[in-house]
Design a protein around this ligand. Structure first.
Ligand SMILES: *Cc1c(COP(=O)(O)O)cnc(C)c1O
Length: 394
């Protein structure tokens, strides 16, 4: 709907893929050389080297999705069947699914209304039965990694970072994904780098890297096409299953030229987010929680809470009022079958009640805010949401 003569910004279109991808894709289509292990130094291998260098990790393993990377991370840790893995209850359904896929058991931890892990519940549930920790930086919100690492290190338990939606986020100046033992990123279309699908696993540990490489599908001696790990590979040859979840060269051709775009997308996304957040925070009915002190965010969407007394019906009306003003807003817990609402993860069987996380999900709103938006778009979105809240609450 037009507002002040302006049309609503399109928050769904992706940015074009950099032109440099075109020539490389043409070359790959002409040669038909799409499999990463057909030739030496294939685009997937080059991507691994470039991504490791960009993020500051020793090893990178490119795979089919972030979910595949999370699965391989657990497999690389060689956890026993049924191992219990701590995971925040505010995440995407694919994350507990990766834990189930790896024959482990997710233990859901409460998430507070600042969208970050409730450290009291985390500490309480981190008992001797916990074999690994998987931290989902959901929508790019970073939980207290200092406290998490201190607890995990004290217990000698490995931390996997699900940084699918956090590329470019810094914690104490350090890239998110490099703090735990393993970090996993996504190249699915709604993330900062868009290849349609794709994922990558990073680690500094040569044994974990070698195990992940082999299990991703480096059969026979294809591991020789991964530099720097020869001794580790000899150790694991023929001892691990091949889950065949490799990346193919066309994906790498689409991803590689986007790495250089990351700093701009991060800076623009953060500026856009903070600009809209400031306007939303002028409303007595809306609150955008601040980042944690050590955190420098890289958001490409906006989450905010409905504060004060809101009934479910009023929260639903906010969605309608925003939509009537041309802006899509979703209350996580009020949209049917939402994959980020833990009570919908029925594949887990009995799910314990998590009152804090539930309360947060029932009033936490999600709206898209791509880095490519300009100031008039941001004003349009911010004022539409503020006016929608006023329309409901007066
Ligand atoms: C997108 C996302 C995933 C899943 O990534 P895929 O590459 O689609 O498997 C996992 N965790 C978070 C936090 C995500 O945002």
């Amino acid at each position: 709907m037009p507002r002040d003569g302006q049309t609503a910004p399109n928050c769904y279109d992706a940015e074009p893929i950099p032109e440099a991808a075109r020539a490389e894709i043409d070359r790959l289509l002409s040669s038909g050389d799409l499999f990463r292990y057909t030739s030496e130094n294939a685009p997937v291998s080059q991507l691994e080297a470039e991504f490791a260098d960009f993020i500051g990790a020793r090893y990178a393993v490119a795979v089919a999705s972030c979910s595949a990377a999370l699965f391989l991370s657990l497999k690389a840790l060689d956890l026993p069947r049924g191992a219990r893995v701590l995971v925040p209850a505010f995440t995407f359904a694919a994350v507990p699914s990766a834990i189930v896929h790896a024959d482990c058991e997710p233990v859901l931890v409460e998430v507070a209304d600042n969208f970050r892990i409730d450290m009291t519940d985390f500490e309480a549930k981190f008992d001797d039965t916990i074999a690994a920790v998987m931290i989902s930086h959901m929508r790019g919100h970073t939980s207290d990694m200092d406290a998490i690492m201190a607890l995990a290190d004290a217990r000698g338990v490995s931390v996997i970072e699900d940084a699918a939606h956090s590329l470019g986020t810094l914690w104490n100046g350090r890239q998110i994904g490099t703090i735990g033992k393993i970090g996993c990123f996504s190249f699915q279309s709604y993330k900062l780098i868009n290849a349609g699908e794709g994922g990558i696993l990073i680690t500094d540990d040569p044994e974990l890297a070698a195990r992940a490489v082999i299990m991703s599908g480096a059969y026979e001696h294809n591991w020789k096409k991964h530099p720097g790990l020869q001794n580790s590979f000899h150790h694991w040859q023929n001892k691990l299953p091949l889950y065949n979840t490799r990346m193919q060269n066309l994906s790498a051709a689409v991803i590689r030229p986007q790495i250089a775009e990351v700093p701009r997308r991060v800076a623009d996304g953060r500026a856009n987010h903070d600009y809209v957040a400031e306007i939303l925070n002028t409303s007595p009915w809306l609150d955008v929680p601040p980042p944690l002190a050590p955190e420098t965010r890289a958001p490409d969407s906006l989450q905010f809470n409905l504060v004060g007394e809101w009934s479910d019906a009023e929260a639903l009306r906010l969605q309608d009022e925003a939509k009537a003003r041309g802006v899509g807003v979703q209350v996580f817990g009020l949209s049917k079958d939402n994959a980020r609402a833990y009570w919908n993860w029925q594949f887990l069987g009995d799910i314990p009640e998590l009152p804090k996380t539930r309360a947060m999900l029932m009033r936490a709103c999600d709206t898209r805010l791509p880095a490519r938006l300009k100031k008039p778009d941001l004003d349009f979105i911010a004022h539409a949401i503020v006016e929608a809240a006023t329309a409901v609450k007066g």
